[in-house]
Design a protein around this ligand. Structure first.
Ligand code: PLP
Length: 387
């Protein structure tokens, strides 16, 4: 019954995992989820106030427009100016999204068709590859290896692949590896994409989730001329603890955003007006102090995990400097053996690295988006399991 485009599309890994955990819960098992990258802390009070005030207004309940509200787009443009010194035109170079995942998949549908190639990291957030499969395009995996600090090596991509490539995905701070890149890397990526006529897609969902005194991560749009070949995806989900609100934005190349809007305007009709109103407050009023305090909380959880890592039969090369994850190598067994035992014998759900691609084999991803009390309980259970 289903269309051919679904036949090669695997189930979304977290949807399958969610079903399994629901079953375990129904059997009375208490599963602690260290698998989901969903912040456990609330947004700033001013954001919630703005939502409540806006929702109480009678003029906020109709369609808000396919391009979102002008004021929300202006808030995103102002954020780029203030935070990164990047000038973007709020009318032409900012497109609000129903969460960045939606934009990632819909941009792929706009740009990729049968015969086209998307260059996707071999360890990656699944949406880049899933979107490509949905678009009936071809995924070419760029290896992300620990010895290259989980950065792709562009010069290794074969010429015949480059001729068919239309999109190149990068994501730093990275999910799941927690790797960072610097502006030199973005400079190289922009030049490479310009040379080969490829759209650089920078998924920067964790741009504000940085530790150890780092105020934020860099933006690919900081590179001079980047907008000629680049779209960057940002999101309120991890930046401002608003994952369930589903509010993000695509920023950069006008022609790519127009193509994305062509898909979106045939699929969705924008967000609830009040979500945009609250989003403005998030982008315009969130202070560095609020971000630092939130990020320090993640960093404390990271340190707690790292302090017992070897007793958990795990190891890392470097402590993560940001993102919401500890990406650790498993010692003495496969990643799926590790996570299955943790789930079934300790009631702790951890994501096996192989979910993120072949090069993720042998690793696990532990989320920091869980309350201190539940994290402590999970660590105790795992220590009992492995010692
Ligand atoms: C790397 C990365 N990109 C994008 C997203 C999607 O975020 P959202 O759709 O909530 O904006 C996520 C969510 O986990 C992510 O990890």
């Amino acid at each position: 019954m289903t269309a051919p485009r679904l036949h090669n599309l695997p189930n979304y890994p977290f949807a399958d995992l969610g079903k399994r955990i629901q079953k375990l819960n129904e059997q009375g098992k208490d599963v602690i989820q260290l698998d989901m990258g969903s912040p456990d802390l609330p947004p700033a009070p001013a954001v919630i106030d703005a939502l409540a005030k806006s929702a109480a207004r009678p003029d906020r309940h109709g369609y808000a427009g396919y391009r979102g509200t002008p004021d929300f787009r202006k808030a995103v443009a102002k954020y780029y100016q203030n935070r990164f010194g990047v000038e973007v035109d709020s009318n032409r170079e900012v497109l609000p999204l129903l969460g960045s995942k939606e934009g990632i998949v819909n941009l792929t549908l706009a740009m990729i068709g049968p015969g086209d190639v998307a260059l996707v990291p071999s360890i990656a957030y699944p949406a880049y590859a899933m979107g490509t499969l949905l678009a009936e395009g071809t995924v070419f995996e760029m290896p992300l290896l620990a010895e290259n600090k989980f950065l792709p090596v562009f010069s290794d991509i074969p010429t015949d692949v480059l001729e068919k490539a239309k999109l190149l995905w990068v994501n730093y701070p990275n999910n799941p590896t927690a790797a960072f890149c610097d502006l030199n890397f973005y400079e190289e990526a922009v030049a490479f994409c310009r040379e080969h006529n490829i759209l650089l897609c920078s998924d920067n969902a964790y741009i504000e989730v940085t530790f150890d005194g780092l105020s934020h991560a860099p933006s690919a749009l900081q590179i001079a001329g980047a907008k000629d070949v680049t779209v960057e995806f940002i999101s309120t989900s991890k930046s401002y603890n608003m994952a369930g609100w589903r509010l993000g934005a695509a920023v950069g190349n006008e022609a790519a955003l127009d193509a994305l809007l062509k898909v979106k305007s045939n699929v969705d009709s924008g967000h609830f007006h009040s979500i945009y109103d609250a989003g403005i407050v998030a982008f315009e009023t969130t202070t560095q102090e609020w971000l630092d305090e939130r990020n320090a909380c993640y960093a404390r959880r990271r340190d707690k995990i790292l302090s017992v890592l070897s007793q958990l039969r795990l190891e890392v090369d470097e402590p993560p400097k940001g993102s919401l994850y500890v990406w650790a190598r498993v010692v003495g067994m496969s990643d799926t053996e590790y996570t299955e035992k943790a789930l079934l014998e300790a009631g702790v759900s951890i994501t096996p690295g192989s979910v993120y691609g072949n090069d993720g084999k042998g690793y696990v991803r532990i989320s920091l988006g869980i309350s201190d009390a539940r994290l402590n309980e999970a660590i105790e259970r795992l220590l009992r399991l492995w010692n």
